[in-house]
Design a binder for this molecule. Sequence first.
Ligand code: CA
Length: 229
Amino acid sequence: MGPHVLVVEDEGDVATLLKYNLEKEGYRVTVAVDGDEALLAAEETPPDLVVLDWMLPKAPGIEVCRRLRQRSETRNTPIVMLTARSDESDRIRGLDTGADDYVCKPFSVTELMARLRAVMRRIRPGLTEDKVVVGDITIDRAAHRVKRAGGDIHLGPTEFKLLDYLAQYPGRVFSREQLLDAVWGSDVYVEARTVDVHIGRLRKALNAGQENDPIRTVRSAGYALDFDG
Ligand code: CA
């Protein structure tokens, strides 16, 4: 399951081009056509990366960027702004508002993809690496293997996806609905209780012979992967 990208672009052909190329590289893509839709989409499923057009109907890109930065779920989400303006002062304004990078239109797809990969690597190494380490847990994405304190942990495909997702954001609490969207997909109907069942299995597999339970249950809120407490 690749990182989730929110593309905010009102020009249909540019949005289609971006979606096509991002999906080809394994990203999951949501397209929003204006600022309001972007803010709603980001609230529903916080993205891992935002590609944000400067010139948008309703709220301009720079305002969307500012508002995303004010929310705790998207405070640290990488944002790459797209713009037709090559004006240096706009570039500085964009970066001041909290954008991580800035690409001028018309852009080369190859260059844009390289810039997005670079931003992701810098900000979220856990999303793009083949191996993720959280506490004493190691997730090998390429081999689909999990180890805890050096010992092999055998997980079903759903438990693997759950762990992989939680491990991308250690300490962050996810609601059952957010986990359903991220792991099962938003077009599948699954009851929220199903999440509890799979968390139960994941917990059992991870904790066999271990003292600490890394999965924190937050009453009426959801779950997090944690090694602090
Ligand atoms: Ca536009």
